[in-house]
Design a protein around this ligand. Structure first.
Ligand code: G4P
Length: 526
């Protein structure tokens, strides 16, 4: 198969949800359809349980399996599906944000009883930044939940996107009878069985009295009324609007019962985007280009203290990637070849000889060769963009607790930040380093890893900060003036960009009012 055929058959996406909505269960069912696994329960949950007292070693154990579940690839009906997993725990949200830069579309799982929850809303905002096409799967229809029309309204309002149902539930909870597949005009009856894949019944004319032979009279009538209302309220799905991220098709089902999942997958294969062009600082890179290019969106370190090694996850953006071929590490201006690149077929990690646009390859890295955002190319000097850092939510000074190990500490901090574990800011006033994270857990992770991987001891000291804002201005003098006035609160991020550290919402608001020529950004890419 040539480059264009390989591109056409690829679908690279992520499943996102608030914890417990059913992401792991849905992933597993998709893998079952792909024949990648054969029994339910084979996929170990990659989610890190969200109890406040999360035991850090427990997290490590879970992280151990997460390399295998980071990318799950399988073939289905001639399509090559790449599912990129995202950590469920909100303290690792940055990781999820970065993974979203490597996908071409997203499936959002929503619990029918809980509706749109906080984390889903946040993740949707990230999708919106890149106009990523999204499909919504409303899960747990075997449980009593909200009315389907109310859910539609909620999705539209909370996710801030127009919706179009492509399947519709027939009753709910213990009275749940199934869904009508609007997209294919088929009736799909529910049998609560976790293994059997339900067959569809072709049902073009919903007004036919045949319907009552399959479902009770009231349900049949309700379905007819609902479908009439849907046609009246929601315009036909325009695939281009979906691809532009303007409208989200919605499916209903129950992942646990393997219900509605095949419909989702079949439709997804038909309408979801193939690998899309990627923006670099210099130009747009198209997947069809002959020359290979790709970028690192995730680095996963192994936790063995005797053998520090990482896997850099590279998304192939154009051309064909080949084993043992020299590629340019643009930041280092160095040619490198890889003798053991890996791909991830469901549960297994295997050495690959080639990979195509949309695929993810894992490159073993023992010496801190890669950092997040690095570009590999066939030789061209391009720099992929779109891996922004977001303002952290928590801040602490990091201090050296063993004066003999200052070098180790500095190296450890640098490498952990390159891996994207957290962000470091250097205060311009006192030179102290501040670590910014999304959650408390990351401080524990950093302290532990510095000690075990770098033999460096650190301690945390409190600092009262509200937000880190990247600042810019068209007026160089105004910018200088601002930096002078706020010199105690100015810092540099690890790329040397100016960051204003606001200690309260009020202070930030005042700064915005007092310095109208300065633009304040809450992510590093603007
Ligand atoms: P997550 O990855 O989004 O965090 O969710 P996960 O798939 O782990 O699902 C969370 C819980 O919801 C699990 O139960 C799972 O069995 C259940 N679940 C998923 N889909 C459905 C569904 O369609 N219907 C119903 N009724 N439940 C569903 P758990 O008790 O937390 O875990 P487990 O012990 O079953 O693994």
């Amino acid at each position: 198969m040539g480059l264009s055929e390989e591109i056409k058959r690829r679908r690279t996406f992520a499943i996102i949800s608030h914890p417990d909505a059913g992401k792991t269960t849905l992933t597993e069912k998709l893998l079952l359809f792909g024949g990648a696994i054969h029994i339910a329960g084979a996929v170990k949950s990659n989610k890190i349980k969200k109890t406040a007292t999360s035991d850090w070693m427990e997290i490590e154990k879970q992280r151990g399996i997460s390399v295998a579940t980071s990318v799950m690839a399988f073939d289905y009906n001639g399509f090559k599906i790449n599912i990129l997993d995202t950590p469920g725990h909100q303290d690792f949200q940055e990781d999820t944000f970065r993974t979203l830069t490597a996908v071409d579309s997203v499936i959002i799982v929503v619990d029918c009883a809980k509706g749109v929850e906080a984390q889903t809303r946040k993740l949707m905002n990230v999708c919106r930044m890149r106009n990523t096409p999204v499909i919504v799967f409303v899960n747990k229809m075997d449980r009593n939940g909200n009315n389907a029309f109310d859910l539609m309204d909620e999705l539209e309002k909370e996710l801030n996107i127009r919706v179009r149902p492509l399947s519709w539930p027939i009753n709910q909870g213990d009275k749940f009878k199934g869904v009508y597949n609007i997209y294919e005009r088929k009736l799909n009856l529910y049998t609560p069985n976790k293994q059997i894949i339900t067959e569809n019944i072709e049902f073009k004319d919903i007004n036919s009295p045949e319907l009552e032979k399959h479902i009770p009279e009231e349900d049949a009538q309700q379905l007819r009324d609902d479908l009439e209302l849907i046609d009246g309220v929601y315009p036909e799905l325009d695939i281009n609007e979906y691809l532009a991220g303007q409208v989200a098709p919605v499916f209903f089902g129950s992942a646990l019962n393997n219900f509605g999942v095949k419909e989702l997958l079949d439709c997804f294969c038909q309408i979801a985007p193939t690998p899309q062009p990627t923006q670099t600082v210099e130009r747009e890179v198209k997947p069809e280009e002959e020359n290979f290019s790709g970028f690192v969106f995730k680095i996963h370190a192994n936790m063995d203290p005797n053998h520090r090694s990482c896997i850099a996850f590279v998304k192939v953006c154009s051309g064909k990637f080949e084993r043992n071929v020299n590629y340019k590490h643009v930041r280092h201006n160095k040619m490198l070849k890889f003798s053991a690149p890996t791909c991830f077929m469901a549960q297994k990690k295997e050495t690959v000889d080639e990979a195509w646009p949309g695929d993810i390859v894992g490159l073993p890295d023992s010496g801190g060769t890669f950092k997040i955002g690095d570009t590999l190319s066939s030789g061209e000097d391009i720099h992929f963009k779109g891996l922004p850092s977001f303002s952290p939510e928590m801040f602490k000074y990091i201090e050296n607790d063993d004066p003999m190990k200052a070098k180790q500490l500095a190296k450890g901090i640098e490498q952990l930040m390159d891996e994207g574990v957290a962000q470091v800011f250097t205060n311009q006033f006192n030179g102290r380093k501040i670590i910014g994270t999304v959650g408390q857990l990351q401080f524990e992770v950093i302290q532990y890893r510095l000690l075990h991987e770098y033999n460096a001891k650190c301690r945390w000291e409190p600092i009262n900060l509200y937000k880190a804002c990247w600042i810019e201005s068209d007026d160089a003098e105004a910018l200088e003036n601002f930096k002078k006035r706020k010199y105690q609160f100015m810092a540099k991020d690890k790329e040397g960009r100016d960051v204003f550290l606001a200690d309260s919402g009020y202070i930030l608001q005042m700064a915005q009012t007092d310095f109208p020529k300065i633009r304040f950004h809450f992510s590093s890419e603007f």
